[in-house]
Design a protein around this ligand. Structure first.
Ligand SMILES: [Zn+2]
Length: 342
């Protein structure tokens, strides 16, 4: 098969498009012919070596994949060749303490498609049969690929972790990102009002169109001051934070008493300071979360099929131009998800 892979760490120029060994399914696995694969920030960390692929190089990125079932392992039941599917990107062992508690995303042997195994920047990809979810007919392959990591993570952060209620206020960092564009819509679906940040004025209208009530350009405005002004000095109930560094530190100042900050990524830096006086005196909650459950993914797919949520697609590149697609994300030019289509 053809794949876009890298043999050494660096920037988008390290992405090669060439022949790569075909994946062969084990007894409990399925090979999927990739129809669309979305880019994520974790891809950039894997590429530049901040999160080296656990199985080493060469490596194929790509954790959000839709496609058609191509080959089925001997013990797999309930799937048919050609079936339209979406791959749930998290792998768990099923029998460690945390899996038994139902918290599979913190499995001690947790892994991601495209990180711990080769992913979907390829014509074919292999995954456990347990991770294969039918893609509703109402959704295109491109629409489906924009969902399983970014939208699922935002859903779990807002619905399961922060327990957002109608009438509450939510600050979503970086409306132009995959998780940001998803979080705005999900917060609105929960009945919350949303303030969000963008890094350029040309993304303001985009953020409003997703449902944001107020949009702040963080390069020209102070997002904490703007959040206070927008909320009549109160602050917001929930912040969805995935940037790290000063953005994380200052996001805490945007919270109201009893507020919740959910950390779902560290796109700029893995480090962030906290003013502990705010945490204890305001009884704040700072939570971490990664991904969500297969059941939550199925729920999101229903909302998408019925039009209550919409995948936000920036543009699709041919697989052969994966390097250009990666550069677009590195340059933060995208509004929503960038896709690869073999
Ligand atoms: Zn486990």
């Amino acid at each position: 098969m053809k794949a876009a892979f890298f043999k050494e760490h660096g920037g988008s120029e390290k992405i090669l498009y060439d022949d790569y060994p075909d994946p062969v399914p084990g007894a409990d696995e399925v090979v999927v012919r990739v129809k669309a694969c979305a880019l994520n920030h974790v891809d950039m960390l894997l590429l530049d070596g901040r999160f080296p692929p656990p199985e080493g190089l060469p490596h194929v990125n790509g954790c959000e994949v839709t496609g058609a079932v191509e080959a089925i392992g001997a013990r797999v039941k309930g799937l048919t060749g050609g079936q339209r599917v979406i791959i749930f990107p998290g792998f768990s062992c099923g029998d460690c303490e945390y899996c038994l508690r139902g918290a599979r995303t913190v499995c001690v042997r947790y892994g991601y498609l495209g990180a711990h195994r080769d992913g979907g920047y390829a014509e074919l990809v292999k995954a456990p049969a347990a991770n294969i979810v039918p893609l509703p007919e109402a959704l295109s392959f491109e629409a489906g690929a924009a969902v399983p990591l970014a939208m699922l993570t935002s859903w779990h952060a807002l619905v399961a972790q922060a327990e957002v209620k109608p009438g509450q206020t939510v600050l979503v960092q970086a409306a132009g990102s995959g998780v940001g564009s998803a979080a705005i819509q999900i917060a609105r679906l929960c009945g919350a009002r949303v303030i969000t940040t963008v890094g350029s004025d040309d993304k303001i209208e985009f953020a409003h169109a997703l449902g944001a009530d107020h949009v702040v350009n963080y390069r020209t405005q102070d997002f904490v001051e703007e959040t206070k002004r927008w909320s009549n000095k109160r602050g917001v109930d929930v912040v969805i934070e995935h940037i790290g560094g000063e953005t994380f530190e200052r996001s805490v100042y945007a919270l109201t008493r009893l507020g919740t900050l959910v950390s779902i990524g560290s796109h700029d830096t893995h480090w962030g300071r906290v003013d502990l006086r705010h945490v204890y005196s305001k009884n704040l909650r700072i939570l971490g979360t990664n991904l969500g459950s297969i059941l939550e993914l199925r729920t999101i797919l229903e909302h998408l099929a019925e039009g209550r949520l919409k995948p936000v697609i920036d543009r699709a590149f041919p697989l052969a131009e994966a390097g250009s697609a990666v550069q677009r994300v590195l340059d933060r030019q995208n509004k929503g998800k960038v896709l690869l289509v073999p």
